[in-house]
Structures are given as structure tokens and as C-alpha cells.
Design a protein. Structure first.
Length: 119
């Protein structure tokens, strides 16, 4: 099993920055890719960013391109989501997830961290 623990959420003003961290433990060698998702009440969970565990490639949703960056530190088994120029519409619970295969479903999920952006 893999355990994922997010941190770094909080309440900020529009235009501010936050960096979310996702620390992985356990069978981390099972992980082929990591993703960041977000969800607001009443809406479906949406993918924000994705990165291969090797760091070879990454993906960012159009809504966050130019503002968010995903990166990983394999030595620390940690994936980061750097969020700049935050907007009120970025307000959501952010989850990190791990997938056993690069193009497969996500098998492991963190508990989520709340990000609230005030206008």
C-alpha cells in the first residue's frame, strides 16, 4: 500500500501563492504517476496536474496553465503543486493521487487539503 499525505493548503487572497506538498510512503516503487485533483461541493473532481514519477512528462489543465507548476522530489518521495496568481475560482479541496501505471486509474488517494482564495 501507498500512503499519501497532503499539506500546504490555507486561506489566501487573490493573487497570492501557495505550494501544496504530497508526501508518499509505503510501497512508493508502485507509483508510476502522481496527480493533483480538486473538488468543490456539488461538482465532480477534476484533474489539475499530473506528472510521471520519473518526471519525464507532465500535464496541466488549461485552467491553471501559466499559473500552476507540478514537480516532484523522488529523494523525498514528495510531489509539489506550486500555485501562483491564485483566483477565487481555485477554491477547492485539493487531493493528490498515485497511479500504478502511467495511463491507468489512480489507485491511491490522500485525505485532501483545503485551499480558499478570497477576492
Amino acid at each position: 500500500q501507498v500512503q499519501l499525505v497532503e499539506s500546504g493548503g490555507g486561506l489566501v487572497q487573490a493573487g497570492d501563492s501557495l505550494r501544496l506538498s504530497c508526501a508518499a510512503s509505503g510501497r512508493t516503487f508502485d507509483i508510476a504517476a502522481m496527480g493533483w485533483f480538486r473538488q468543490v461541493p456539488g461538482k465532480e473532481r477534476e484533474i489539475v496536474a499530473r506528472i510521471r514519477w520519473s518526471g519525464a512528462s507532465s500535464y496541466l489543465a488549461d485552467s491553471v496553465k501559466g499559473r500552476f507548476t507540478i514537480s516532484r522530489d523522488n529523494a523525498k518521495n514528495t510531489v509539489y503543486l506550486q500555485m501562483n496568481s491564485l483566483k477565487p475560482e481555485d477554491t477547492a479541496t485539493y487531493y493528490c493521487a498515485g497511479a500504478k501505471s502511467v495511463l491507468g486509474n489512480y489507485n491511491y488517494w490522500g485525505q485532501g487539503t483545503q485551499v480558499t482564495v478570497s477576492s
